[in-house]
Design a protein around this ligand. Sequence first.
Ligand SMILES: [Cu+2]
Length: 118
Amino acid sequence: MRFDMTRIEAAAGEVLRLTLAHRGTGSKEAMGHNWVLLRAGVDATAYANAAVRARATEYLPPDRAGDVIAATRLLGGGGRDSIVFTVPADLPAGTELVYLCTFPAHLQLGMRGVLVVK
Ligand SMILES: [Cu+2]
């Protein structure tokens, strides 16, 4: 119940390509994983708590879309998804952006990391 990368360093304005690979075997419904990067200052626990109620939208609450910089699809075992996104250009060096899996309870179990602006 971990991302293999728990820290990513990138420059403000940098374009990143990220691939999430679900190396487990559980179904998307029972043991789904995603990767969701939150905007600076968004409380990850509060976001995850809202996400629990957003099963119909793969645990991405539509009313909090503005809190998200980038997100993969929700994956089941063996799945993978690649996304391309831009680190916001206006962030000062040292800013830490939290990323997490929004499947229920996975944040609390350790599925999180930080993207640090260098
Ligand atoms: Cu997960």
